[in-house]
Design a protein around this ligand. Sequence first.
Ligand code: MG
Length: 260
Amino acid sequence: MTKKTPEDFEKMAIAGACVAAIHAATRQAAVPGTSMLELDAISAEILRERNCRASFLGYHGFPATICASPNEVIVHGIPDDYRLREGDIVSIDAGAIYEGWHGDAAFTVAVGAVPEEVATLLEVTEQALWNGIVQARHGNRLGDVGHAVEETAGPYGYGVVRDYIGHGIGRQMHEAPNVPNYGVPGKGFKLKAGMAIAIEPMFNLGTQQSVVLEDGWTVVTEDGKLSAHFEHTVAITHEGPKVLTLPEPKLVTELDRVGA
Ligand code: MG
């Protein structure tokens, strides 16, 4: 991974703001009756408006703008004509490229009312992301990040997905290093200012085991239970972790709460 300059991070933050706009629009549109293809079209329009390109479209042949992953789909769902129903959850993962620089982020939203255990799964997975972000500091190691994520799931007994993990990001969507959602504090790759990583916990209500469907992309839970996914692109700076996939870049200086 090559060291990024503050100017590089600024470009990544423009891509990141586009991703944040996609998140806001698809979150609003995630109501009963909306199809996955409609969410994809909304996302493509926002990319056009903001002079960005989709990171995912054409990536190893991926055929759509976003990944739309309902219910038991963990990640990499190909948008199709499935229409959301009351009580569903859906994960939206979006990546944008601005002047060659990538931003990548994901969230999961409930469609209408969901049982309390499902709402809790979403809240805890998002909190795990922020707990990981807080650890993404100059001089810390990826074991600190992964441990913070995994530890958040512990009391709930969630399956913490290990087959799919976060990644370095910059001029490529996926760069070294790998960013696992588990780890040993003080161990692993050392983080330095000028790096950028995508942290992306995926927690399941049941087993962590996953299966890839025949389309070669869609990853589902082996037991068919629900899965949640939250992700941000984070710059490592001397001032602290800086989240680049929000409407404005956000420097994280203390333990951030969900929705901060
Ligand atoms: Mg990612």
